[in-house]
Design a protein around this ligand. Structure first.
Ligand code: HEC
Ligand code: HEC
Length: 431
């Protein structure tokens, strides 16, 4: 197995594959996202139940005829998964100075702890909604500061740096060193295939990466070390773990993996709120949601891609992190997928780093964002909102924010002539 893995990785490093690889499907109706493979009757039923639960509006504990769909809150951000991940797609960003949209969530962290430590009073996520009789934790507003610059050929660009304003805090000020972690709800396409990449492959890629310092997101689960891969910082090791976290932190729903809401010891009234059964989200519903995400396809890439796009992507150094090929295990019909990520964490510099409440940037490592499925955004005609907080309004802006380990690739991009820059960006948009 080891040798086979090495051989597969070697092949993947030298070839920039056709974008439309395994796992893709036409999303003819975006409200009916297809699975990437033919499902048998039982699997199809689980997929469809999962899709229905994904779209279910959860209601307050004790609501009559709730059909096991009660227990929302008392604090939450949205009442459905779909409210943030519209039919599996990434959320929309803020278009300007305005209240943070529902899919742009503010997580709270500690500047010293590695990951998964929240604010002592407000917990892991600032919950901006609450059921009747409870106060939301806070109000969040986005502001943007524009910054201009020029390419080597003189063409102008502008970027917008976010400033997050938090007020109406229900329990007094946040700790000054609490880390403010804005996160846009990511696309869920192909999650089951990312889950099928063996830890050993991720370790091997980190070992071979030259000139950049990709790190495996080791997370301890039941005493075992596993490679995290979901979320902008690869905090979660599985679809189930991320789903339970979303239920707990963003919807106020307990499930077997995480039976409690995101209420801290300082939030007595939140802890005492009535619950909608134990667990609130049943094991059957959780399993169906996992099935839906596990088989969810990646939308097809554009059929008319610039011919030299893939070559430009490799020559500019993008493919060093956004790897065109990764091996998968136990997937019928495929040994390789083309997600354009290495599932490793990289430091992209202070400009993208999370900041404490007082504005101090804290070294942050981000999972190389998978680029497959971006064509779905282009086809939707919606505004682009790229990077972990949706600040980038185009692929070009996203690249210009790349610094730290990706500084050399960004500089090569900046030196391309306008036509190549445009072809490379357009190719990425069509992935
Ligand atoms: C209030 C908005 C919100 C709701 C509701 C929500 N999510 Fe998310 N979701 C997010 C954000 C924000 C992220 C990125 C988290 C991070 O980076 O830590 C995310 C990430 C994910 C990911 C990781 C995808 C990847 O490849 O990284 C999965 C899977 C996921 N959510 C599933 C769900 C499911 C299932 C539900 C419903 C039970 C749900 N989410 C409800 C905001 C939301
Ligand atoms: C050193 C590794 C590295 C290199 C090299 C690199 N990237 Fe990235 N890229 C990342 C990481 C990590 C992120 C996520 C950063 C974040 O969200 O803050 C990212 C995010 C992106 C995004 C946003 C995706 C999304 O879902 O929001 C785009 C687009 C992108 N990169 C394109 C490129 C292109 C084009 C190049 C080559 C010019 C490139 N990248 C080079 C690591 C890299």
């Amino acid at each position: 197995m080891k040798w086979r893995l090495a051989a597969l990785l070697w092949a993947g490093a030298s070839v920039a594959t056709a974008a439309n690889g395994f796992g893709r499907a036409e999303f003819a109706d975006r409200r009916d996202p297809p699975p990437y493979t033919a499902l048998n009757a039982a699997q199809r039923e689980a997929y469809e139940l999962g899709h229905a639960i994904f779209n279910t509006q959860w209601v307050i504990a004790g609501t009559p005829r709730a059909g096991r769909r009660d227990g929302l809150g008392p604090l939450f951000n949205a009442a459905t998964c779909d409210g943030c991940h519209n039919e599996g797609a990434r959320a929309q960003g803020a278009s300007g100075d305005e209240p943070a949209p529902i899919g742009l969530v503010v997580q709270l962290g500690s500047p010293t702890a590695q990951f998964d430590v929240g604010d002592p009073v407000y917990g892991h996520v600032l919950n901006t909604s609450a059921i009747e009789g409870y106060a939301p934790e806070a109000r969040v507003r986005m502001r943007y500061i524009e910054r201009a610059g020029r390419y080597a050929d003189g063409a102008a660009w502008t970027l917008r740096a976010p400033r997050i304003e938090i007020d109406a805090l229900a329990h007094g000020a946040l700790a000054r060193d609490t880390l403010i972690k804005p996160r846009l709800a990511s696309a869920l396409f192909g999650a089951g295939l990312l889950q099928a990449v063996p830890d050993a492959a991720i370790v091997e890629i980190a070992r071979r990466q030259a000139g950049i310092d990709g790190q495996v997101a080791w997370r301890e689960v039941n005493g075992l070390q596993r490679a995290g891969r979901f979320g902008w910082q690869a905090d979660a090791v599985s679809i189930e773990a991320q789903t339970a976290r979303a239920f707990s932190r963003e919807m106020g729903l307990g499930s077997t993996p995480i039976p409690h809401d995101d209420c801290t010891a300082a939030q007595g009234e939140c802890r005492k709120a009535a619950d909608g059964g134990k667990p609130e989200a049943t094991d059957e519903f959780l399993a169906a949601l996992v099935s839906f995400q596990q088989w969810l396809a990646v939308p097809a890439a554009s059929a008319s891609q610039p011919q030299d796009g893939a070559a430009l992507f490799v020559a500019t150094g993008c493919a060093a992190c956004h790897r065109p090929q990764l091996p998968v295990e136990n997937i019928v019909g495929a040994e390789m997928i083309a997600p354009y990520t290495d599932l490793l964490l990289h430091d992209l510099g202070a400009g993208l780093a999370d900041r404490t409440l007082s504005g101090k940037p804290v070294t942050s490592r981000w999972r190389t964002a998978p680029l497959w499925g971006l064509n779905h955004v282009r086809r939707s005609g919606r505004a682009w909102a790229l990077l972990h907080d949706g600040r980038a309004r185009s692929v070009e802006e996203a690249v210009l924010w790349h610094d730290g380990e990706a500084a050399a690739a960004r500089r090569r991009f900046e030196k391309l002539d306008a036509s190549r820059r445009q072809r490379l960006s357009s190719w990425v948009e069509g992935l």
